[in-house]
Design a protein around this ligand. Sequence first.
Ligand SMILES: [Zn+2]
Length: 290
Amino acid sequence: MFLSVPTMLLADSLTDVHRRRHLQVMREQPDAVAIQNLADSLAHRDDFAEEEYDPYANLDIYADWDDVSVDPLRGKTGWVIPDSQMISFRGYVMPIRGKVNSPYGWRRVRMHKGVDLKLVTGDSVRAAWDGCVRIRKNQGRRKGYGLYLVVRHPNGLETGYGHLSKQLVNKNDSVKAGQVIGLGGNTGRSSGPHLHLEFRFMGIALDPAELIDFNTFEPKQTHYLFRRKHAELVQEGLAGDGEAAYHRVRKGDTLGAIARKYHTSVERLCRLNKISARKTLRIGQRIRYK
Ligand SMILES: [Zn+2]
């Protein structure tokens, strides 16, 4: 957790609840492209049944292999993220059956790109699918993910496991679904033992709540239709902003002051308005804050 407890509770009870509701509404809305893609897929199911459900269908989606960054595309050019991609959830094993401490989503000052699952230090953390360990690193005692692992899977997803007390596999190791790859802990920027679990497709962090039912710990679908536009909005924390709100700039306004007024952050204002933090504001300009 990144905020002090009282702030967290406040943020949780107001903005997060609101945001989750919006995300829910978003999710329930049909997406024309997705429906068309799904219709196409279903129409060709007989032809492509094997491929469509093959957990190894996206084995070759990544062109290279290194442990530079959790986002494997970061700082690289020449990658094309497909508009949509079918991802098999066959063979999924829940890494830890723990209560959701903190969901994916906007946390006032930054996006939380995974889900926090409660555990007891030393609990077994398992690989979600067969795969290969791409990253084994330590971000430091009080920093980031602490001891963490990233595993690349043949279905095209990568899973990240943060705040471990011990890593039990090495970089480049092959792992099996359900294999114990680490022990849960409280390393890094963490205020209590938990697993920070991420699901990424080509670097884009997906909302685990769209993928997994955290009551049963089972995947919500046998295959998940990744949609780039939707996923990018979700990752930027903008998917829920059906009701945008704007501030009209007055004399003396700064991004900092506007951020404070609306209980948000300069970073978020910049993201929402696609501007840099150093941008000079014009009087009368509209700044989106929600
Ligand atoms: Zn987390």
